[in-house]
Design a protein around this ligand. Structure first.
Ligand SMILES: *[C@@H]1O[C@H](CO)[C@@H](O)[C@H](O)[C@H]1NC(C)=O
Ligand SMILES: *[C@@H]1O[C@H](CO)[C@@H](O)[C@H](O)[C@H]1NC(C)=O
Length: 261
């Protein structure tokens, strides 16, 4: 009995140790430049991974700028909220408490509209610490299209060929926000480039998709005729337990067609 309680205490201590080892990061927005005019904050945010619990620090000369957290519409149109909602300290620390999209603008003069003082980020949920029963997935991260990202005039089936996607891996779709988007679709919609109306597109410009289940996955861009022009990706996700993996199903230069047609 006593031994049992002792092992439970050890187990709890172990969990606590794992939890505290998930350290949060602090991002100085704009790094050395801080929060200032004529700085490309989307370029700054590009490729960074913001996770719940992380902090953003907006550094600027107090009085010269300020900071509003706004929604997507306000962000797009640079509408300035009531001034009593502004942060004005010159060293504004914002803890990212929830996952999802966050928008920040400067409300002084035309700094948002003309000076580029606006930042959009996507905050990812905290990954749950591994529990003893399920081994930590050794997830790989695939940036779709590598350096090119998610763009027109790129052969995504050639890119996918020979790559091995396993449950637990992640796909990252990178593109200039507003220029493209990402829909996960079924084989029929993929083939016919049918843009879903019932589901929302991913639009952040840095869309991370976790491959949670095995099987075939289809992704298309829903902007204009981009899908018909080839902005589409088909992959096959292997189950995690398949070690050593079977030879990849894609061989040679033949283009893959989803086999359900
Ligand atoms: C965005 O915020 C503005 C101002 O607070 C508000 O009027 C508007 O309804 C909001 N839009 C959405 C989509 O939440
Ligand atoms: C594929 O998705 C479309 C649009 O969401 C839906 O109408 C259609 O029934 C789906 N087809 C299959 C085979 O699941």
């Amino acid at each position: 009995m006593a031994t049992n309680r002792w092992s439970i205490m050890l187990f709890v201590a172990l969990l606590a140790a794992i939890a505290t080892s998930v350290s949060s990061k602090e991002f100085i927005v704009g790094d050395d430049k801080g929060w200032t005019l004529n700085f490309d904050y989307q370029a700054w945010a590009y490729g960074k991974e913001f996770v719940v619990g992380d902090k953003l620090v907006f550094k600027y000369a107090a009085g010269k700028h300020n900071l509003f957290r706004v929604n997507g519409t306000v962000f797009q149109q640079c509408m300035i909220p009531p001034s009593n909602e502004a942060l004005t300290s010159g060293y504004d620390v914002i803890t990212l408490e929830t996952a999802g999209r966050k928008w920040y603008i400067c409300g002084v003069g035309k700094h948002c509209e003309l000076g580029g003082m606006k930042l959009f980020i996507n905050v990812l949920p905290q990954s749950t610490p591994p529990t003893p029963v399920s081994p930590a997935p050794s997830g790989k991260v695939f940036v779709v299209g590598d350096d090119k990202g998610w763009t027109l005039n790129f052969d995504y089936q050639a890119w996918a060929m020979g790559k091995e996607f396993v449950v637990g891996d992640k796909l990252v779709f990178r593109y200039p926000m507003g220029k493209h988007n990402v829909f996960r679709v079924n084989g029929t919609s993929f083939q016919q480039c049918t843009i879903p109306t019932a589901t929302e597109a991913l639009t952040s410009g840095y869309d991370v998709i976790s491959l949670d289940t095995s099987g075939r996955k289809w992704y298309i861009c829903g902007v204009g005729k981009h899908c018909l022009m080839g902005l589409k990706l088909f992959i096959n996700v292997l189950p995690q337990s398949t070690y050593p993996p079977p030879p990849p199903p894609y061989h040679g230069a033949r283009k893959l067609t989803p086999p359900n047609f």
